[in-house]
Design a protein. Structure first.
Length: 290
């Protein structure tokens, strides 16, 4: 977190001094550096109970090297659950949910720290690195019967599962990202980055990747049909992800079952007892059929 605060301070300093002409390299750090929060005791205790393994993911975007991605497995049941965390998060942030799911002996629960997040290698990250890490974990452990994702991890799940031509028995999305470019713009605007500097960053993104980040949006990435059993939890007062984006997406996919946990908060929603209870019930409904 200290590093991220320094990046934010440097961006604000450039803005204050009107040194915004060549700030694109600094904006790459601002956009692509995931803040890191140390483990708490109860999280360390959960990880101590896990079977640990690692997978390798190539990083052609920032380091041009292979990254070691740390992953964790709990339980020995036949129903495989994959859990994907959000931006600036880690597998251990699902401690409360994982602990509740471990009450079901039928489950094998798998999670991982995405590139540049938690204990995994890397300094900067992006959606494709999240996706490729998920694919590598699936290749190592097998296709999940149930996939759960929060925020950025929910979007990464959608891409990874589609790319691998997998349709889980149940997909759970919690406060999912919808529009990536709009989130970039919102974050840059929040710390005073002028429009011309924002556009320079977006243009540099296109120069690097061949497309603008507007191409990475859930309406275009989501290619599942109505036969997918998809349950989505959200907070209509989410300060990070405007509800209008989500509702527009849901209007195009009425088969997605939803529940509003108003006021839960974007980060806190995965720890909310009511959300955890509903996720456990959704999982139980699948375990009973397998």
């Amino acid at each position: 977190m200290k590093r991220f605060k320094q990046i934010v301070a440097d961006v604000k300093d450039c803005v204050a001094k009107h040194h915004t002409t060549n700030m694109t390299p600094l904006l790459w750090q601002f956009i692509c550096y995931p803040p890191k929060i140390p483990l708490r005791l109860h999280q360390e205790q959960l990880l101590a109970k896990a079977t640990k393994f690692s997978v390798a993911v190539g990083d052609p975007y920032f380091t041009n090297s292979e990254l070691t991605i740390n992953a964790f497995k709990w339980g020995t049941g036949k129903t495989r659950v994959l859990i994907s965390h959000g931006w600036g998060s880690k597998a251990a942030d699902f401690t409360e949910l994982i602990s509740a799911l471990l009450e079901l002996p039928e489950l094998e629960i798998i999670s991982f720290d995405a590139p540049a997040n938690g204990s995994s290698d890397g300094d900067l990250s992006n959606l494709l690195l999240f996706v490729n890490a998920g694919k590598a974990v699936i290749a190592e452990t097998g296709a999940p019967d149930i996939a759960i994702g929060h925020s950025f991890g929910a979007m990464a799940n959608v891409v990874a599962l589609h790319d691998l031509n997998l349709k889980p028995k149940l997909l759970i999305s919690i406060a999912p990202f919808i529009l990536l470019q709009e989130n970039f713009i919102k974050n840059m605007t929040a710390i005073g980055v002028p429009n011309e500097a924002q556009q320079a960053f977006l243009d540099d993104f296109k120069a690097r990747y061949g497309i603008y980040p507007s191409s990475y949006n859930m309406p275009d990435l989501y290619r599942f049909d109505a036969s997918l059993n998809h349950w989505l939890a959200y907070d209509d007062a989410d300060m990070m992800l405007p509800d209008t984006y989500l509702q527009s997406f849901l209007k195009e996919h009425p088969s997605i079952r939803t529940k509003n946990f108003s006021g839960a908060g974007h980060e806190r929603i995965i720890k909310l007892p009511e959300v955890i209870a509903d996720v456990v019930e959704e999982v139980k409904s699948i375990v009973g059929r397998l």
